[in-house]
Design a protein around this ligand. Structure first.
Ligand SMILES: Cc1cc2nc3c(=O)[nH]c(=O)nc-3n(C[C@H](O)[C@H](O)[C@H](O)COP(=O)(O)OP(=O)(O)OC[C@H]3O[C@@H](n4cnc5c(N)ncnc54)[C@H](O)[C@@H]3O)c2cc1C
Length: 485
């Protein structure tokens, strides 16, 4: 039966679900509180500079291709993709960096240069990671997390040991060189937890990194949003921006609509791609499946302090994606996950999209986006933001041997308070709930409400987890459950 479906929020998972549901003939309306669609993947345009406000790493291109293929389309029908070379560069000290090239041979060579004999070890490591990637994609991530039995297949049983070991242990067993160990632990940071708390099976992210590569959609990640919006609209989805949903309307324990700016809009199904915790606050307490104590105990992905900087010159000795791992990783991780305090010496990530995409900054200038991961819920003041901007800019200048301060045309920032006010994010988390062993698959908050009929969820706090590719998958999974409802 064709249904009237309301989707709260327009992040990737919502857009994905909307496409699948509209393709099946349902009438789909998306209500987004902000003035543009795309959720955390908004775009900032200023004085000829273009910045992605949220995600900037395009990994797992196969997942995007699969999504568009489900609609008889291809990524290339919507945006142009380029594999970056180097994929990224990692700084460990002044003029001391390692670049990750655009194919495995180049990466083996880079490892060998840092430590003799490591190329051979990396080959073996990547073979196993590739095997795990195949299992993850074929047998795990496209499962809705309804039952633990979903995880039990002949292939996954063979890999059981990987679920009870962790990424840090596996990496440091094979790679003693701290730089190489650091590079190999970086990809799982996308999953939101410390490598020591992330099951070793997730080393499939190393294959995603080295084997599948880092890509750039022309004009930035917002091109994906534009592509998905165009697909959704072609399928009949209506997207309403500037439309904050105030309440989920219930009849007994069944969702029958939403309240928006004082008006009630009725429907058969409500699906929320907004943060799970926030969505449940749109209903009285007794209809919420998860208590405040439940959320408080969960490991959340970090929040971030972000800067969007327009520079009046080109920046030297950096790449499109540049990581600054010149300070102790474990100390910063402990400030995020154990102590929940501002780090004394932060690791940071800087993105210069105009290096590979000249249209993202005026000629001769550079767009610079800086991200410092921090614990969710931290105090957020202008003074702290300024203090950390000075710290990271001084480091960027010192490590790359150039002056940039006098060339700052403008600087915008975004932090915990903005994540809360702009996205209704729980404690200002940037990318959802982490994928630890006890927060994986069926152990994550459910796609289908346990207490309210006809209410569903998608996105980075449910299955499969944080990141743009998982959000696309989440939308597909929830659409499948709605079909079966
Ligand atoms: C700074 C940053 C960097 C990141 N980097 C990467 C990266 O490089 N690569 C990667 O793959 N992933 C990255 N991520 C993660 C990725 O962006 C997210 O996991 C993904 O975009 C989340 O999609 P989602 O569908 O869960 O929804 P979200 O993007 O969270 O969208 C939810 C939407 O719901 C709206 N909403 C909330 N409340 C209401 C309401 N009451 N009424 C109406 N609308 C409402 C919000 O405004 C928002 O638009 C990053 C995230 C951030 C923040």
């Amino acid at each position: 039966m064709k249904k009237k479906i309301i989707i709260i929020g327009s992040g990737f998972s919502s857009l994905s679900a909307a496409c699948y549901l509209a393709k099946s003939g349902h009438q789909v309306n998306i209500y987004e509180k902000n003035s543009t669609p795309g959720g955390r993947a908004r775009q900032l345009k200023k004085d000829g500079f273009v910045f992605d406000i949220g995600p900037s790493w395009y990994w797992m291109p196969d997942v995007f291709e699969k999504f568009f293929n489900d609609f008889g389309k291809s990524v290339s029908d919507f945006y142009q993709l380029e594999r970056l070379d180097p994929g990224y560069q990692v700084y460990f000290g002044k003029n001391d960096s390692v670049s990750i090239g655009d194919n495995l041979e180049k990466i083996y060579d880079a490892f060998e240069e840092v430590e003799k004999g490591s190329a051979q070890k990396l080959k073996k490591f990547i073979e196993k990671a590739a095997d795990n990637y195949k299992i993850a994609i074929d047998e795990l991530v496209y499962r809705p997390g309804v039952s633990p039995l979903e995880l039990i297949t002949p292939e996954t049983i063979k890999k059981l040991g990987y679920f009870f070991s962790n990424v840090k242990k596996e990496v440091t067993r094979d790679f003693k060189n701290p730089k190489l160990a650091q590079i190999l632990q970086f990809p799982v940071l996308f999953l939101g937890a410390k490598p020591a708390d992330t099951p070793a099976f997730y080393n499939f992210m190393n294959f995603a990194d080295f084997g599948l590569g880092t890509w750039h959609p022309k004009d930035g990640m917002y091109s994906i949003v534009k592509g998905m919006v165009s697909l959704a609209e072609s399928l009949g989805v209506k997207i309403h921006v500037d439309s904050p949903v105030d309440e989920i309307v219930l009849e007994k324990n069944t969702a029958v609509g939403i309240k928006l700016k004082g008006n009630t809009i009725l429907c058969d199904i409500v699906l929320s791609g907004a943060d799970y915790h926030h969505t449940e606050t749109l209903m009285p307490q007794q209809y919420r499946a998860y208590s405040e104590a439940y959320w408080d105990k969960k490991v959340f992905a970090p929040s971030s302090l972000l800067f969007y900087v327009g520079l009046n010159k080109k920046v030297k000795k950096v790449s499109h994606h540049t990581l600054f791992f010149d300070v102790d990783f474990d100390t910063h991780a402990s400030a995020i996950y154990d102590k929940a305090e501002w780090p004394d010496e932060p690791l940071f990530y800087a993105n210069f999209p105009s290096i590979s995409d000249p249209d993202m900054a005026p000629e001769g200038k550079e767009a610079c986006f800086i991200l410092i991961p921090i614990a969710p819920g931290l105090e957020d003041t202008d003074k702290l933001r300024d203090k950390y901007f000075d710290i990271v800019l001084n480091r960027l200048e010192a490590l790359t041997g150039q002056e940039l301060k006098d060339d700052i045309l403008f600087k915008e920032s975004f932090c915990v308070n903005d994540f809360i006010s702009v996205y209704n994010s729980y404690k200002g988390n940037a990318y959802g709930m982490a994928n630890t062993l006890f927060q994986t698959a069926f152990l994550r908050p459910k796609l289908k409400s346990k207490k309210v009929n006809n209410l569903f969820f998608s996105g980075q706090l449910t299955v499969p987890g944080p990141g743009v590719p998982p959000a696309l998958i989440s939308g597909k999974l929830v659409a499948g459950l709605i079909e079966k409802n």
